[in-house]
Design a protein around this ligand. Structure first.
Ligand code: UFG
Length: 330
């Protein structure tokens, strides 16, 4: 198939491109490199640098390339930033998607797989979280992703543009080849921050709160390997290409780990002490987020292959040790 990947130079986007190319698909990438990295662009993909808010640019790419389906990762995704600069999130995530959809309709491209998030749920009403549970985001990032889902729903109703929305839980790990991994200019995620300690880039990892109602008082999350996420995107494209209807799926392992358990596992993997200090809660963090991914398993035939937290952290560690400055050190 010919797949257009928006945000294909970013963390989850680049891993998905690697898996697509591995399976023999033709890949075209659009990325504005605001948070993505040129070095993460697969050599066999055709790369267009530009912004999806630019209609003439998106039209140009779709005029030039034969595209069967789109996978859309191009968005801002920092929860904290979204609370201090909400309009940036509305502009990039929503206006960008609107322009993209207009161009897709004009070019008769009618299938899209889209990265959504567990942040669409907000504070969960039950664990594990099911797709039909209430969606009440507690931050602008989650709100824009939920609005994007609704934009797809109404566009499908009017134009028959079919979509799959994939709600990820905590993406982590790195490609087995060691060629690509997580490299955010502004790092906020737990596992890469923990690994900065043995890399001597940070003295200690800060635990945001140990007074939650969980077994050791720290927050519980569902950590899912980025390569397993990548595989789900390919299955979702295949699902749409078979003529199936639009749908929404959670993607997680269904297993929760506390922040302290993640730190302990990182100590085991790195064989380093890793100092941890406890500070107060981070605003907006739900105590517990665990996915039910039964729907993705049943309907898409998805099966996470790298669910073991030790393996996930070992893959991340291999990448970060070899690239302590991210892509700058390649
Ligand atoms: N944490 C710490 N110390 C740190 C960083 C994080 O204790 O230095 C804790 C957080 O409080 C949280 C857990 O580690 O309990 C995981 O935090 P991350 O920032 O790695 O991930 P989040 O669960 O906050 O966010 C993830 C995705 C978001 C998505 C969200 C859905 O990264 O994109 O899940 O709730 F929106």
């Amino acid at each position: 198939m010919n797949i257009l990947v928006l945000g294909g130079a970013g963390y989850i986007g680049s891993h998905t491109v690697y898996e697509l190319i591995d399976k023999g698909h033709e890949v075209v990438i659009i990325d504005n490199l605001e948070t993505g990295h040129k070095e993460a662009v697969h050599k066999k993909a055709r790369f267009y640098e530009g912004d999806i808010r630019d209609r003439a640019f998106v039209d140009y790419v779709l005029d030039n390339e034969k595209v069967d389906a789109v996978i859309h990762f191009a968005a801002n995704s920092l929860v904290g930033e979204s609370m201090v600069d909400p309009l940036k999130y509305y502009d990039n995530n929503l206006c960008g998607t609107k322009v993209l959809l207009e161009s897709m309709i004009a070019h008769d491209v009618k299938k899209i797989v889209f990265s959504s998030t567990a942040a669409t749920y907000g504070e969960p009403e039950r664990i594990p979280i099911l797709e039909e549970d209430k969606t009440e985001p507690t931050n602008t990032y989650g709100e824009t992703k939920l609005s994007m889902e609704k934009m797809f729903k109404w566009t499908d109703r009017a134009h028959g543009l079919k979509y799959v929305s994939l709600r990820y839980f905590n993406a982590c790990g790195a490609h087995k080849s060691g060629m690509i991994g997580e490299a955010h200019k502004q790092e906020t995620h737990l596992i890469p921050l923990i690994l900065q300690v043995p890399l001597k880039q940070r003295e200690a990892i800060t635990i945001f709160g140990e007074d939650y109602d969980t077994k050791d008082g720290t927050c519980i999350r569902d950590y899912i390997h980025v390569t397993d996420l990548a595989q789900a995107h390919i299955l979702a494209v295949e699902y749409l290409m078979k003529g199936n209807d639009s749908n929404i799926f959670n993607l997680g392992n269904g297993i929760g780990f506390t922040v302290k358990e993640v730190i302990d596992t990182a100590r085991k993997v790195t064989k380093e002490e890793i100092k941890a200090v406890v500070s107060k809660r981070r605003a907006g963090d739900p105590a517990k987020l665990i996915a039910s991914s039964d729907k993705a398993k049943t309907i898409l035939g998805w099966k996470p292959e790298h669910a073991d937290l030790e393996e996930i952290i070992a893959d991340a560690w291999r990448w970060h040790k070899a690239h302590p400055q991210g892509f700058q050190s390649i």
